[in-house]
Design a protein around this ligand. Structure first.
Ligand SMILES: [Zn+2]
Length: 81
């Protein structure tokens, strides 16, 4: 099973892929409307919003957690050197 290189969400089926039926390395949440992958800052912002909503964290706590996750992901490893 593959995981999104940007947010680590499992890519289980074609609906999770950026463009339907097309194999992508990243999920729909990490894609722009045109199908390209979001930038580091865009992906970070959307993940922060997501964890605030789902885990009831403050923005500061959420950012800290998101950065820990992003640091481990192939799409962003160059952003942490
Ligand atoms: Zn993703």
């Amino acid at each position: 099973m593959k995981n999104c290189i940007s947010c680590n969400m499992p890519l289980n089926g074609e609906l999770d892929f950026a463009l339907r039926g097309e194999v992508k390395e990243y999920c729909i949440y990490c894609s722009r409307a045109d199908g390209s992958m979001k930038s580091f800052d865009e992906a970070k912002e959307s993940m922060i919003k997501y964890v605030i909503k789902t885990h009831d964290l403050t923005p500061k706590e959420a950012e800290k957690g998101v950065l820990i996750v992003m640091k481990k992901l192939p799409a962003w490893k160059n952003n942490f050197t």
